[in-house]
Design a protein around this ligand. Structure first.
Ligand code: SAH
Length: 231
């Protein structure tokens, strides 16, 4: 089987040392199910200072990433046939579990991380998709990129000990997961629901379906599972 290839363009390559220590990702790297190639944007900078940023035209605070180094870095990455380029930006489409599963059938995901005040508008032309990890602003695209690497890696066959754990979990089929318990049966007066210790698999299944639905309605009525068929 071919490995899934992540190619990340970043000014902070060291940030990605962290993903080597993230359980499932570590296992996937060891088993060669994924490759994470980190490309240091600074190497594509201009002049002896390897400049990658500049002041914005029209004035304003902060620095903006120049287009040339990002284009050069992107051009230098060997494109596999089944590849997509993502741009990390708080202005993008908010990341959903469905995006991760859609990308999991690719061979390569190229992820561009911004820094400072962001990037020159012309960088957008490189991207197939612009992705945000939520309606808040971080200082760089590294944590968003790692979220994508982590979330997508879990979906690659062979990475999870028990692949069936993907089936019921939150955000699969627009539902949140049902409540889970482990031993002890009573903890500080809080009891495990009887049905779960009954051994009746049918009842357990329908209790879980009901709880999953209740929980989604209570907490995330926006998830739109009711409209799933229409999508
Ligand atoms: N001035 C920009 C924000 C810059 S934040 C604006 O208002 O749109 C610096 C970089 O961090 C961004 O270029 C992006 O790559 C990353 N970033 C910050 N918040 C993010 C989010 N919610 N999702 C994805 N990337 C984000």
């Amino acid at each position: 089987m071919n490995s899934f290839n992540f190619d990340v363009i970043t000014l902070i390559p060291r940030a990605f040392e962290l993903i080597n220590n993230l359980g499932v990702v570590t296992r996937a790297l060891d088993k060669k199910l994924i490759n994470v190639n980190v490309h240091d944007l600074r190497q594509y900078g201009e002049g002896s200072y390897k400049q990658v940023d500049d002041k914005p035209y029209g004035g304003g605070s902060g620095m903006v990433l120049k287009p040339e180094p990002i284009y050069k870095a992107h051009d230098s990455i060997k494109k596999l046939s089944n590849s997509r380029t993502l741009l990390m930006t708080p202005q993008g489409k908010v990341l959903k579990q469905q995006d991760l599963s859609r990308w999991s059938s690719l061979d390569q995901l190229i992820i561009i991380c911004g820094q400072y005040e962001g990037f020159d508008e012309r960088v957008r032309n490189l991207a197939d998709e612009e992705i945000s990890v939520g309606d808040y602003v971080l200082s760089g695209g590294e944590i968003p990129a790692m979220s994508i690497i982590n979330g997508l890696t879990r979906l690659i066959p062979g990475t999870l000990g028990d692949p069936s754990s993907l089936f019921d979990e939150s955000h699969n089929s627009f539902l949140l997961e049902y409540p889970q318990y482990t031993r002890p049966k009573i903890f500080k007066g809080m009891e495990v629901p009887n049905v779960l210790t009954s051994g009746n698999h049918e009842e357990i299944k329908s209790w879980r379906e009901k709880k999953s639905l209740e929980r989604t309605l209570e907490r995330r009525n926006d998830l739109n599972f009711k409209n799933e068929d229409k999508k």
